[in-house]
Write a protein that binds this ligand. Sequence first.
Ligand code: TYD
Length: 222
Amino acid sequence: MSGTFITFEGIDGSGKSTQLRLLAKYLEEVGCEVVVTREPGGTPVGIRLRGALLDAHEEVDPLTELLVFAADRAQHVRRVLRPAIEAGKVIISDRYADATVAYQGAGRGFSPELIAEIIELATEGLKPDLTVLFDLSVEESTARTSRRSDGKHKGDRLDAEASDFHVRVRDAYLELARAEPERVKIVETNRPAEETQKRVKEIIVPFLKSRGHLVEVEANHA
Ligand code: TYD
């Protein structure tokens, strides 16, 4: 059986990481083992690149940022994603190449051609089989991330960008969903986490069944 590659995307504060944890737990309960990973930071080298980029105390040039995300991705594709897919696993990544289209393309303003070329170079054409886009208004997501910053989580450099940056990022994600409706499924996250989780399962469970990764989901889990 060939592997399946799923990605979770969305603006900062969209709730995707919480949903990824809940989904992985659920899939394990129903007997489907998943590899959970992330970008940036899905490999040991990537963790160092992530730290260099997101906690930097000097201004990082947008080109540096673009190339570091690409370097992180190249390592992730070659050392984690491809081997897992070739081994027939289900792999779910918290962000992947669509984030570069949204953040570095629409957010920072690099041309679509350059973005496409760099993504092709880093991924060697590896595309997700399915992407769940967690969508929330920028106002609501900013309220969530600032609540988080009051606690332990300190907002990182990209969290701190002005709101028009996040509006461009969100619009670019929604445009990707319009352009590739078969691959990119939108989940609105302006409702309780349990409802969002239900919606995520409605997308993921039939998809994994159709690819032979999930045989039978017990009624009390459905
Ligand atoms: P993420 O891990 O989702 O943030 P956190 O766990 O701190 O909430 O992503 C880190 C940041 O990196 C996020 O602001 C989006 C950004 N990013 C890009 O700008 N381009 C990319 O290609 C990727 C993968 C992430």
